[in-house]
Design a protein around this ligand. Structure first.
Ligand code: NDP
Length: 798
């Protein structure tokens, strides 16, 4: 017991007085607009075409703040036209010109930081302390950082072009920050934008657009159309949009994937999470408790990467629980403008109800609930910091994103068990690892299926460090070099032409002339390192261009794909093999192909009708390509970022996992090699469906694979009806990514059917690639799609 006269006693019993921030300037801005807002299109506010508005509320009081325009199809159309008109000039302005504008936007945010911080706190309910110290400065940092990318674009990104008009949809949890994450990179490299803010929180986007215009941003470069999900859906479905960048729920993200499938629109999705917060017994327990506060009670827990699943080692679990509860009791919940509160208001009554109901479910399913002994304001949407202890991994609250100030906790005994529990989720956005043993922390970080890992830290963000998920947390990155590529497309692909459908061929009984003799064997499929008969035991004829029967190949089916995927799954050791080892095997493949180059050239000539000289060029290009990826295997490396903190963030290139590959009919050997080699160079395992017309080029390749020490299951080849097999691959939940080259229909099916587990897709939309053009089909242009970047934050010092 502390003496009543001691400093510690006063420290612990001291009461906070209210410390409200003045909101006069924000209210005056609302008043200036009569608290009614139109869309911001073409550099000015415009009334909604259908004249409809909806109210926006203050979560802390429930009072109406303003009336916001509800976007209709006509409004979206108008905004897309304004963005389209503005885009060519904005692109032609050049990197330096755009850098000047982005710099001006950063300065504008800094100048009006207080106004933005207050308006955001009122509109969203989050504490001013957070908007002032995180949302606004970080938003400004994004514009500053990306002004830098604009400046360097012509030198560092010279082989890329802007995508065009970008539709961006953001959620309500970080309204201005998400705006900055989205529009800064898009504008930096020459795109123009139509942004739809969340229905609950449109105000800071409208303020931003207004002040950006005053700061000289050309009209039409940034357009804001407000509205609800139906307005978002109109933007997604608009044919004038070249790319959608979305942050929000996995459910809506999946819908957007389906709607945009086959349209040629590019897409990035930053979705939900259920991120683990792992505390090992050797962690600094008090530091980790403080980490939990930042992980789950920051922004009322309405954070996609919130450390919402506490995994604590059994030996320290009780100590940790007690200290956490003690800390919870000192958290203050209150009005967002009070600078002395820790937790503000939840966004809306709907969200509050969702949180309540999930917590009840958790308790019903066996969790022990503790809620902080903190006073809640009488009115508004407030929820106390909540701990659900003793949660079973299969409990609803351990699986579902709660998106509120609720921590679910479970224990583990060994590091392996911690990794298993951590990865036991469909999501993969972020993870925190707490241990004072650097070897343990750095061993565990790469094993976690998450796009961001914080070591002895949590919720660190920076414009120079990519952010984004694995698995159902979405694809694409925001921030860093990898983030800038999301708003660019390769110059080398811009001249591609749509493929003309090959005419259907029938077997010819004409005199074969000088063609090669018939082949009387039926190559099998190649699965798990062995040549195996197709499950259905059917074969299909392979014809020469003149329709002559050249041989037969196995007709792969659904079951063969399943077996091939299972073989690829179990070849996991390849993903952990050293890059040196993978390089050696790629060189060995090249060496063995080289030894048989004449035979391959003859086969290609017979299959495709190319001359022997042309066929030899293809074989030699394939050998060189294997050499090239042998070279890249240990050179396509990650980066060490230097965000503004004491420490580093390691951007690691990790394999995606099992990748399905469909090959086109053009250059049947070279295309197969060009697609498979970058994937295996980066540690992925592949299930390839070769050219449907010329599969014998691939089946001959089995023997090269067999003699080159490629571990079983790393490359699997299933011949047969390509587009049908693509569908099976797209629907298979153990396939992590899909590369589809060869047909527009297969590209569309791949995008649509892969929405189940949100596979990363790279498709050609029916455009033909020149496989002999190294700029278009070799190196980073494909390697970028063969890796996913994990950023591991390692702060150091005290
Ligand atoms: P949504 O995914 O519904 O909303 C995100 C954005 O998409 C909003 O601007 C929304 O508009 C818009 N939108 C909604 N439907 C469509 C559609 N069909 N097509 C295009 N755009 C659409 O998230 P919610 O705000 O409804 O939140 C629901 C849950 O999602 C939360 O409880 C939380 O679990 C999760 N979530 C995750 C976030 C993350 O960052 N990972 C962020 C926000 C929520 P509008 O706001 O007008 O509905």
């Amino acid at each position: 017991m502390k003496s009543p006269m001691s400093v510690a006693h006063y420290y612990e019993t001291m009461e906070y007085g209210p410390a409200p921030e003045a909101d006069g300037e924000a209210r005056a801005w609302l008043k200036k607009h009569g608290a009614v807002f139109g869309h911001f299109v073409g550099g000015e506010f415009v009334a909604p075409h259908a004249g409809k508005h909806f109210p926006t509320f203050e979560p802390a009081t429930g009072k109406t703040l303003a009336r916001i325009a509800k976007g209709s199809a006509a409004d979206v159309d108008r905004a897309v036209s304004a963005a389209r008109m503005a885009q060519p000039l904005w692109e032609r302005l050049g990197g330096y010109g755009r850098a000047r504008h982005l710099y001006a936007l950063a300065r504008m945010l800094q100048r009006h930081a207080r106004l933005f911080a207050v308006l955001e706190a009122i509109d969203n309910g989050k504490p001013l302390r957070e908007t002032r110290d995180l949302d606004i400065p970080l938003a400004a940092r994004h514009f500053l950082h990306h002004a830098g990318w604009a400046q360097l674009q012509e030198r560092e990104l010279a082989d890329q072009l802007p995508i065009g008009v970008i539709g961006q949809i953001v959620p309500w949890n970080f309204p201005l920050l998400m705006l900055a994450w989205k529009i800064a990179p898009a504008l930096a490299v020459g795109n123009t934008v139509v942004l739809k803010p969340a229905e609950f929180t449109s105000l800071t986007a409208l303020l931003f657009a207004e002040l950006a215009a005053q700061a000289g941003l050309p009209s039409g470069v940034l357009n804001v159309v407000s509205g609800d999900g139906t307005t978002g859906a109109m933007l997604v479905g608009h044919p004038g949009i070249d790319k959608i960048a979305f942050t929000g729920s996995t459910e809506v993200g999946r819908l957007i994937r389906q709607v945009t499938a086959g349209s040629g629109m590019s897409l990035t999705l930053e979705l939900g999470g259920k991120s683990p917060f792992i505390v090992f017994e050797d962690a600094d327990i008090d530091g980790a408790v403080e980490g939990v506060v930042d992980a789950i009670w920051f922004n009322q827990g309405q954070v996609c990467c919130a450390g919402s699943r506490l995994l604590v080692q059994e030996s320290v679990a009780e100590t940790f629980r007690k200290r956490l509860i003690r800390r919870m009791d000192s958290l203050r919940v209150g009005p967002p403008l009070d600078k002395a509160i820790d937790i503000g208001a939840v966004i809306s009554p709907v969200q509050l109800e969702r949180i309540r109901s999930l917590v009840e479910t958790g308790v019903r399913e066996g969790a022990v609930k503790y809620q902080a002994a903190t006073e809640l304001p009488q009115e508004g949407c407030f929820y106390p910091p909540t701990l659900l202890w003793n949660v079973h991994p299969s409990s609803t609250v351990a699986i579902e994103e709660i998106f509120g100030p609720v921590l679910v906790a479970m224990t583990f005994r060994t590091p392996d068990e911690a990794v298993m529990l951590a990865n036991n989720t469909r999501y993969g956005l972020a993870a925190s690892v707490w241990s004072e043993t650097i070897g343990l922390a750095l061993d565990v970080a790469p094993k976690l299926m998450a796009g961001v890992v914080w070591i002895n830290a949590t919720n660190l963000f920076d414009a120079s460090v990519g952010f984004g998920g694995y698995r159902e947390s979405g694809f694409g990155r925001e921030g860093g070099r990898e983030g800038i590529y999301e708003y660019l497309k390769p110059k080398a692909w811009s001249m591609r032409k749509q493929r003309v459908k090959p005419s259907v061929m029938s077997v010819s009984h004409d005199d074969p002339g000088l063609e090669l003799p018939l082949i009387d064997r039926t190559p099998k499929l190649f699965i798990g390192g062995k040549q195996v008969r197709p499950d259905g035991n059917y074969a299909r004829a392979v014809l020469s261009p003149k329709g002559r029967h050249l041989g037969e190949v196995g007709e792969g089916n659904r079951k063969d794909i399943r077996n091939a995927v299972a073989a690829a799954r179990s070849a996991e050791a390849w993903s952990k093999a050293t890059a040196h080892n993978r390089a050696q095997i790629l060189y060995y493949l090249a060496e063995n192909l080289s030894a048989r180059s004449d035979e391959f050239a003859a086969r290609i000539a017979a299959l495709t009708g190319a001359t022997i000289v042309e066929a030899k060029v293809e074989v030699n290009a394939s050998i060189e390509r294997l050499f090239s990826y042998g070279a890249w295997a240990d050179k396509y490396e990650g980066a060490v970022h230097a965000p503004p903190l004491r420490g580093v963030a390691l951007a690691m290139h990790e394999p995606i996992g099992v990748v399905g590959v469909a090959c086109p009919d053009e250059a049947p050997l070279l295309a197969l090699v060009s697609l498979v080699a970058p994937l295996i160079a980066m540690g992925n395992r592949v299930v390839a469906v070769p050219s449907e017309r010329h599969p014998l080029a691939a089946t001959d390749f089995y023997q090269v694979i067999e003699t080159s020490d490629v571990p079983a299951g790393v490359i699997n080849i299933v011949t047969g009806p390509r587009d049908g097999l693509v569908k099976v691959l797209a629907e298979h939940d153990d396939v992590d990514a899909l590369w589809v080259f060869g047909s527009r229909e297969a590209s569309a099916a791949a995008e649509k059917l892969s929405s189940g587990n949100l596979k990363r897709t790279l498709v050609d939309h029916g455009f033909m690639m020149d496989w002999h053009d190294k700029l278009a089909s070799e190196g980073p242009i494909l390697l970028r799609h063969a890796v996913q970047v994990k950023n591991i934050w390692i702060p150091y010092g005290d």
